[in-house]
Design a protein around this ligand. Structure first.
Ligand SMILES: Cc1ncc(COP(=O)(O)O)c(C=O)c1O
Length: 357
């Protein structure tokens, strides 16, 4: 496909402060767009990033039929070019979310091709420092103009990109997390396993309460009994208890199947650690802490890769984990995964999609 865009002419590059990128603040110059109409997805094209017209009756605005993905491209410090980390997993997860939300699936091959087109077009936006990256946000939503609760017959698929800072601009640092027993993000049979707008809308109020009390994130328990651990706002969660690495299993359907979660499970197994996907309760975590067996807690996600947890607070009682220091397993995982992403550690699992650009 011919790209009728001119990087130099369209670039907003000069306005970007690469030393102060933050997250989601700056957009690259282009967006990939494909439309689902009359039973099929259009070929798609890369167009300048600009406001789009929408009808006031657009179904997504009313009924939230919207799904998205999040992945990153990293500068490869050895080979040059860049690496997109495990994009096939995002293509598959997008379609799992699509099925749950009655959205038309997007062909996996076209998804990967679209990623490559948009990243290549805006390659000048790829940040050059370790830890920084080009965040890639695919989005699909129903765009028919018709009121009445229904599944939209038409959809729009977009990919936008943003140069983003390292999550830890001043180094890997433990976070404080509030375990909420008041609010629920999802329940069994709900939408938890889908990366859909509603889950994030459902999380905002508890997130605000947590921030007002000095916490960075909320840890969600299962929505019905408020007993078992589900996940954090935008991360999966791991506990190192004794010599076991424990994370909640996905079969409840209430947890987003994180790609970093899968990466961590595979790596820790390959390193010979004991890994247990097990429905752990908050009481067991507290008990393990009392017995001195709770060695590390860390979150996993594309944004931070590994996020060590220094403090958990539940029903007014706080526990400090590993003296609020970064645990050995957390640090090793962070170094190893970011090393692979930047081409500094051999990618023995073939996780990177490398582009020479
Ligand atoms: C609710 C939720 N859980 C977990 C994750 C971690 O998923 P991943 O590792 O694929 O980024 C995310 C991030 O996208 C998320 O939003």
């Amino acid at each position: 496909m011919d790209l009728v865009v001119d990087n130099e002419k369209d670039a907003r590059l000069e306005r970007i402060d690469f030393n102060n990128l933050g997250f989601g603040r700056y957009f690259s110059d282009h967006v990939y767009v494909s439309d689902f109409n009359n039973g099929k997805w259009s070929n798609g094209e890369v167009v300048p990033y600009a406001n789009m017209p929408f009808a006031p009756g657009m179904s997504t605005l009313h009924y939230g039929q919207s799904i998205f993905e999040g992945l990153k491209a990293y500068k490869d410090f050895k080979k040059g070019g860049l690496n997109i980390f495990r994009p096939n997993m995002n293509a598959k997860r997008l379609n799992n979310s699509a099925r749950r939300m009655c959205i038309e699936e997007f062909p996996e091959e076209q998804f990967i091709d679209a990623l490559c087109q948009v990243v290549q077009t805006d390659k000048i936006f790829l940040p050059q420092e370790k830890g920084q990256s080009l965040y890639i946000r695919p989005l699909v939503f129903g765009d028919s103009n018709f009121l009445g609760v229904h599944s939209s017959p038409t959809f729009k698929f977009l990919i936008m990109t943003c140069p983003v800072a390292s999550y830890y601009e001043s180094g890997l640092a433990p976070v404080k997390i509030l375990v909420t027993h008041e609010y629920a993000r999802t329940v069994e049979g709900g939408l938890g396993m889908a990366k859909t707008a509603a889950n994030y809308a459902a999380s905002l109020y508890a997130g605000r309460m947590a921030k007002e009390q000095g916490f960075q994130q909320v840890l969600w328990l299962d929505g019905s009994q408020k007993k078992y651990i589900d996940e954090v706002g935008a991360m999966n969660i791991f506990f190192v208890i004794g010599d076991e690495v424990i994370t909640p299993p996905l079969d409840s359907g209430t947890i987003l199947p994180g790609i970093t979660r899968d990466t961590v499970i595979q790596l820790t197994k390959q390193w010979g650690l004991k890994v247990n996907e097990y429905r752990i309760s908050i009481d067991e975590v507290w008990e393990a802490h009392k017995n001195g067996n709770l060695k590390e807690v860390f979150g996993t996600g594309t944004a931070a890769t590994i996020s060590p947890v220094g403090l958990l607070s539940y029903k007014g009682e706080s526990i400090t984990i590993n003296n609020n220091e970064i645990g050995k397993i957390s640090a090793k995982l962070y170094d190893h995964i970011t090393g692979i992403q930047h081409g500094l550690i051999e990618d023995t699992n073939n996780w990177n999609l490398h582009l020479d650009i």
